[in-house]
Design a binder for this molecule. Structure first.
Ligand code: GDP
Ligand code: IMO
Ligand code: MG
Length: 425
């Protein structure tokens, strides 16, 4: 058996969880490999809506094992809140979830510094989710971070936490004038969390590779998206991890040899939350209309999402850096009431076409060349096969496929499982 990866191709919120949920029914392991509780993944099943932040979206299937792998920034408070939220809805997370011993731990002080840094940044704000993710990954890279395995041994935790607070309290007090953190209550709460999760902490890389060798199937669940990737996104307006394919390998410890499918999730238009460049962005009434019809409000922070037309350069970039083998096009039902639909097909600067999506993060002065296609002015949410779609809608999909040069394998026409068209080869 092999591993499949689902990755965001735009700036997050592409509808990854909807497609992950759709693909999960026959899967043994669903793995989160990066990011943390900055993600907001929405799954609609029958009349129920679930929003996941840390727990893989596959938890809704009774026979899957959910994995929070080494690349995830694990916030114990968010995790326990999500466990309680799912318990109320009849799902026992502890029964079917395993956690990597090498996940880095997000602490309340990471959140406090994230928020304080944003406030201090003035007009250089990133517009983070304030979940402490970037600060936690910063400590990982600085090699002072706490990992889940550290929480399982009281002497080791004492030593690591003493060193960690020694560094961080100086930062809190001197840089941000924030209150310093007392050792004792934090030590106690981390030990308590360690005890709670001890039975489900594992070497998840070993477990996943062993399972794959034994013929089990694995689905890797990306959070965020390519435009938010720390290396391939619009730096510095990015998140602090690699949602892209390389990050899936590093963040799960699965051998690349097992990965045989990379499905890029692309919304039929584009959204972005937070600051940063967005070449095909709509403004004013046009943006408001799309936001309203698409219900584009953040699943984690509730912030209104910025909205714009489909951006082919961004998708071609995502296809390249992720090695996409297929695309799932989502929310195309939202474009039902447009007489005309625009597609951003190329970037230009000073009248010259750029060869590709810029990787230097500088999108200043970019002009977008658009193609305009006729809309279909018809509700398509009940379509279940390609031939149910009106011709203008199929033409739009075909044109996107032609421009991106990656096959569109799934078309999503609504939030539910059944609202999905599988495109036959
Ligand atoms: P994710 O972070 O990529 O998993 O996406 P979010 O959950 O943040 O946002 C996607 C939103 O669109 C959610 O509210 C989904 O229920 C919804 N959604 C997903 N696919 C479709 C679709 O094809 N049509 C419609 N109308 N809604 C969709
Ligand atoms: P899902 O998985 C959309 C954005 C934030 C901000 C930037 C950095 O639901 O697609 P961070 O808190 O990560 O340091 O913020 O990244 N961002 C997301 N935008 N969807 C997400 O996740 C996001 N996670 C982070 O808005 O611009
Ligand atoms: Mg989301």
């Amino acid at each position: 058996m092999t591993a499949k990866l689902v990755v965001g191709t735009q700036w997050g919120d592409e509808g990854k969880a909807k497609i992950i949920d759709y693909l999960s029914s026959q899967i043994d392991y669903i793995v989160r490999y990066q990011g943390g509780a900055n993600a907001g993944h929405t799954v609609s099943v029958n009349d129920e809506v679930y929003i996941f932040h840390l727990i893989p979206s596959g938890i809704l299937y009774p026979d899957t094992t959910c994995v929070i792998a080494n690349g995830v920034a694990l916030d114990p408070i968010s995790f326990m809140e999500e466990v309680a939220y799912l318990k109320e809805r009849g799902i026992d997370v502890f029964e079917r979830t395993i956690l990597s011993d090498s996940c880095h731990i997000v602490l309340p002080l990471h959140r406090a510094i994230d928020a304080a840094r944003e406030t201090a940044a003035g007009d250089k704000q990133i517009g983070t989710t304030k979940r402490g993710i970037g600060v936690c990954y910063g400590d990982k890279v600085m090699r002072i971070g706490l990992r889940l395995g550290d929480l399982l041994d009281k002497d080791r935790l004492k030593e690591c936490l003493t060193h960690f607070l020694d560094v961080k309290n100086r930062v809190l007090a001197n840089m941000y004038s924030e209150p310093v953190v007392d050792f004792d209550p934090l030590y106690k709460s981390l030990l308590e969390f360690g005890e709670k999760v001890r039975p489900i902490v594992r070497n998840t890389s070993l477990e996943l590779n062993t399972a794959l060798k034994a013929g089990k199937s694995v689905l890797l669940e990306g959070a965020q998206g390519t435009g938010l990737d720390i290396d391939f996104g619009t730096y510095p307006y990015v998140t602090s991890s690699n949602p892209t394919t390389g990050g899936a390998i590093a963040g799960s410890g699965i051998s690349f040899q097992h990965l045989n499918e990379v499905i890029g999730i692309a919304k039929a238009y584009v959204t972005r939350v937070g600051e940063g460049p967005f070449p095909t962005e709509l403004h004013g009434d046009e943006a408001e209309e799309l936001r309203k019809i698409g219900r584009e409000f953040g699943a984690t922070t509730g912030r209104p999402r910025r909205c714009g037309w489909f951006d082919v350069e961004l998708l071609r970039h995502a296809a390249r850096v992720n090695g996409l083998t297929g695309i799932a096009l989502t929310k195309i039902d939202i474009l039902a009431n447009y007489d005309e639909i625009k597609i951003g097909v190329a970037y230009k600067r000073n009248g010259q076409r750029l060869p590709a999506f810029p990787t230097d993060g500088n999108l200043d002065g970019i002009e977008v060349e658009y193609e305009t296609m006729p809309g279909w002015n018809e509700d398509i949410s009940k379509a279940r096969k390609l031939s149910d779609l009106p011709k203008n809608c199929r033409d739009y999909i075909d044109r996107l496929e032609e421009l991106i040069e990656v096959p569109i394998k799934f078309i999503s026409v609504g939030p539910g499982r059944k609202d999905t068209i599988v495109v036959d080869d």
